[in-house]
Write a protein that binds this ligand. Sequence first.
Ligand SMILES: Nc1ncnc2c1ncn2[C@@H]1O[C@H](COP(=O)(O)OP(=O)(O)O)[C@@H](O)[C@H]1O
Ligand SMILES: [Mg+2]
Length: 361
Amino acid sequence: MHIAIIGCGQLARMLALAGIPMGLKFSFIAQAEEDSRCVEGLGSIVRWQPGKSTECLYHELGRPDRITAENEQANTSLLNGLQAYCPIHPNPQAFSICQDRHREKQLLESLDIPCADYIVCQGNDSHLDKLSLSAVAKSCRGGYDGKKQWVLKRRQDVESFMRQANREHYIVEQWVPFDREVSQISVRDINGTIFHYPLTENQHQQGILRQSMAPAIEIPEKIISAAHDYISRILAELDYVGVMAMECFALNDRLLVNELAPRVHNSGHWTQSGSATCQFENHLRAISELPLGSTKSLGITGMVNLIGTEKPPLNALTIESSLHWYDKIVRPGRKLGHINILSEDYHSLLQQMRSLHLGRG
Ligand SMILES: Nc1ncnc2c1ncn2[C@@H]1O[C@H](COP(=O)(O)OP(=O)(O)O)[C@@H](O)[C@H]1O
Ligand SMILES: [Mg+2]
């Protein structure tokens, strides 16, 4: 079985690293300017730019059996074109919804799934004057790791957003005073069977995921069953095949969905150490139409992102941890690797996570 992945970043790398032991072969589709260091040596890399025919691309890739993507911003005309040659999982409709925050909100509303109140606007709309604060403006397309977002706490923030924003579409969402951020990672196979990983608790700083812990502790049963119910309805509605991540805000015993990712996700990296089958392998099993693997957890797992770290921090490894280094060009604020820690003891886990943060200053 040969799988082509659209994108050449760390998620593509970890998908390939999970599939190679199963005898899967990989190739990668890179955008014209895309850095492909993460996947070098893992399969052939083919450059694509609009204008190149999808037939030619498909043949250059070596005629894969399945195509998937590591990024929800995958070009939809590319996805639609490639669909003529082999199955694409998740399907292009899932990508086109998840790459536009407004369409994603409309999907949630149509399924009666709670999310933060919002309005849709262009940056210079006059009705922004009446907005109740605090709020957060997010470009409908293209944002990640908190990019293309404005936190609006005071009137001056709204004015500066209106000055800086261009004419693209934004959603402006009410600020959610959440207790905790959690994510649900689940996988659906071609027959509609869904397996859920335990709910993960996530900590973000400046919009970037810093660390995760799973299973999230002391979470009301009501939140867990809401997470399973919401994601199951979304997956079924989209006739989705593969792994999906649903990022949420937990507020007392209520769950609000923040955003969806139609792919493997940073908040599921802990599954590499902490689950019987990791998210990468389960995504590959689902899209290859193989039986899913167990999502049972093996202990309490923590994941710490290495952001802007210059070298692989091999000396930070402990008896309970493992390092994943992406081989990307080092830049401040960039995710360059992560460390997973699998522990039986919650306190020792927290201590190790804290010392990783301290060790990196
Ligand atoms: N409405 C909101 N209320 C409070 N915090 C928010 C809100 N929207 C986003 N955030 C914070 O910003 C982070 C990044 O926003 P998100 O919508 O997930 O965008 P991205 O695609 O950049 O991950 C969230 O994980 C959360 O910590
Ligand atoms: Mg997010």
